[in-house]
Write a protein that binds this ligand. Structure first.
Ligand code: NAP
Length: 260
């Protein structure tokens, strides 16, 4: 399927590894020029080389912390008129609600809610004027169903989801869409790290815990792949998806047990 985004320009945040890199790769395969954002220059360069080898588009990088104003200024200075924005940053640490003070909560809200909203603010008027914009926020299954230990993530991402619901309706008439992709458990540092956290909490061997977890709790019986995640993102960024906005799309191997 031709997604109709050849030659477009994308900012992909949190793109040196994991789900963000999966999104960047899928967009680059559609010949979208991609600016990869992450904090660590070395891993960014490795990702850039890997993605560039598979695409004729221009793949560039910037080492910046997307959760700071300075970082977002630097990103926008390099790519002031993106057609596509993928919002993503590292997730908050898992833990016990009783240990989290104002600092932990404010950090989570800044990193996983406000930063995405501020990037949307910076990009959306230009997208509307040009008559094309696709924004995808990487959130979490924890928006739909609580995950043990992930209260900071549940709270901050629920806030982003609520904010985006109204913004999305405001801009779709200009062919600018905003959707959220909700990962279940994916084969990344974060996904594997969370399973290890759960295993430790139960005093279990990590490998055995993971095997039992997927046998018991996940109909697909496995972690998702970054390639699968990236493909869903690329479709939401396509020219064909202009009638889909404000949606929360779960990619979890059927783990969430609801009908809707
Ligand atoms: P990951 O493998 O840890 O990758 C995170 C990426 O984001 C890296 O490229 C990292 O590079 C970058 N990053 C982190 N903080 C950043 C910042 N402040 N500014 C710019 N870049 C930053 O994580 P992932 O598994 O891909 O997860 C992506 C998001 O989805 C996270 O928010 C995670 O909580 C959420 N999620 C993941 C899963 C899962 O199973 N994987 C499930 C639910 C939700 P640097 O460290 O070099 O900056």
């Amino acid at each position: 399927m031709d997604l109709g985004i050849n030659g477009r320009h994308a900012i992909v945040c949190g793109a040196s590894q994991g789900l963000g890199k999966g999104c960047a790769l899928a967009l680059a395969r559609e010949n979208v020029n991609v600016l990869l954002v992450a904090r660590t220059a070395e891993t960014l360069t490795l990702a850039q080389q890997e993605i560039q080898a598979l695409s004729e588009a221009v793949i560039t990088t910037i080492a910046a912390d997307i959760t700071t104003d300075e970082g977002r200024d630097a990103v926008m200075a390099i790519c002031p008129n993106p057609d596509i924005l993928v919002n993503n940053a590292g997730g908050p640490p898992p833990g016990d609600f009783r240990d989290w003070t104002q600092k932990e909560w404010f950090d989570a809200v800044n990193n996983n809610m406000f930063s995405a909203i501020d990037m949307i603010r910076r990009c959306i008027d230009g997208m509307a004027e040009r008559g094309f914009g696709r924004i995808v926020n990487i959130t979490s299954i924890s928006v739909k169903t609580p995950m043990p230990g992930l209260g900071l993530s549940d709270g901050a991402r629920a806030g982003l989801t609520g904010a985006v619901a109204s913004i999305a309706r405001q801009f779709v008439q200009h062919n600018v869409t905003i959707n959220n992709l909700l990962p279940g458990l994916f084969d990344t540092d974060r996904g594997n790290g969370y399973l290890a956290y759960r295993a430790r909490g139960e005093g279990a061997d990590v490998d055995l815990y993971v095997k039992d977890y997927f046998a018991d709790k996940n109909p697909a019986g496995r972690l998702g792949s970054c390639e699968e995640f990236g493909a869903a993102c690329a479709f939401l960024c396509s020219a064909l998806s202009g009638y889909t906005t404000g949606q929360n799309i779960l990619l979890d191997g059927g783990q969430f047990p609801g009908t809707f």
